[in-house]
Write a protein that binds this ligand. Sequence first.
Ligand code: UDP
Length: 405
Amino acid sequence: MGQVSDFSLQDYHPYLDSALLADINRMARKLQGVTIQHINSAAEGGGVAELLQRLVPLMRSVGLKVQWEVITGKPEFYQVTKAFHNSFHGQPINFTREMAEIYLEANQRNRDLVDPQADIVVIHDQQPLGLTEMVDQHPGQWIWYCHIDPTLVDREVWDFLSPFARKCHASIYHLEEYAKNLQQQQFFFPPGIDPLSEKNREITLEEQREIIERLDLPQDQPFILQVSRFDRLKDPMGLVRAFRNIKTTDPCYLVLAGGGAADDPEGLIVLEELRDLVQDDPTIKIYCLPPSSHLAINVLQRTAAAVVQNSQREGFGLTVTEALWKEKPVVTRPVGGLRLQVKHGETGFCAETEAELSYYLRLLLQDAHLAQRLGANGKEYVRKNFILPVYLHRWLRMLEQILEQ
Ligand code: UDP
């Protein structure tokens, strides 16, 4: 499992400050041959898969021995873990013994995936956490990597999952405020995007034209874009309402581009709800894209007038990082990792309400200079903080600390 990338650290030199590069090289030399195994629940779709697809090859390219495995389960397992996921975000859940059994059984069945010799085993999010029952018989260090905001997690769900998380030697969160009290070493660092990936690389006019044609993307007016899985927490419905308000004064389109993730069984239901709301409104385009549509998303993000991430909750929000990297002005809710990325008035705008969302989008549609200034600031901010080699640097620093003990 995991992708082969043609890129090595050298390819990222143009984006890197020399001190950072030297530090990466120093730590990589020290960590040569360390075996790391990542375990998550989806090979594609969603932010974790997106991250691992790019991080794993880069880690390998600097000399680490990295594997990536994906747990599998029956549909009811994904129903349970999606309900757990939602309950991390504060949604009510009717936690039952049957759910616990389904969860434990699936994790039990995936035990063979664990490399018995790995120096480091990283469990991404809650779906594979049941594997930590193996920690006591395993020689390596285990890390729980919590990619979402767990602060509102349902008590019963947390009472069930936290003993598994507690078995790990360390945990990683995007933000300090996400930390749970697990009596283990904790690390806090944001993820990053790959400037060289199909999703983020520069594109030619020809590629742009071809995708625009294929998507039948209207060209007569600017468009506002949200890219995300069809998930209620991303609140595409709220965006549709705000857009309908904007459109009364500023002609434009709304593009909602999304797809599913293998471990997210709710996508189709939300998509249907969205289609019900939109009906046959010709100014709203909904694109349901397969997970391999990186170039199409790249083109959409590059050609949008403004990018929105209207999430009510968001662990980090890679879609915003991607948009900022493409010098797009963004408007997001001031939640979770979005707050780290969007400095209000500098790299984008934070909107608390649908009225504010309409207000800031109008502002951006009407003021090209403002849009340009925010976009340029956003790109530089991402270059310094949220690109893949910076993320690798944070990983190496953490590994150094964990392995030195
Ligand atoms: N994404 C995609 N196709 C889609 C929807 C999302 O490739 O139809 C990608 C998106 O470009 C981003 C990631 O999936 O890289 C989503 O990560 P984010 O952190 O924004 O949200 P998550 O899905 O993890 O909640």
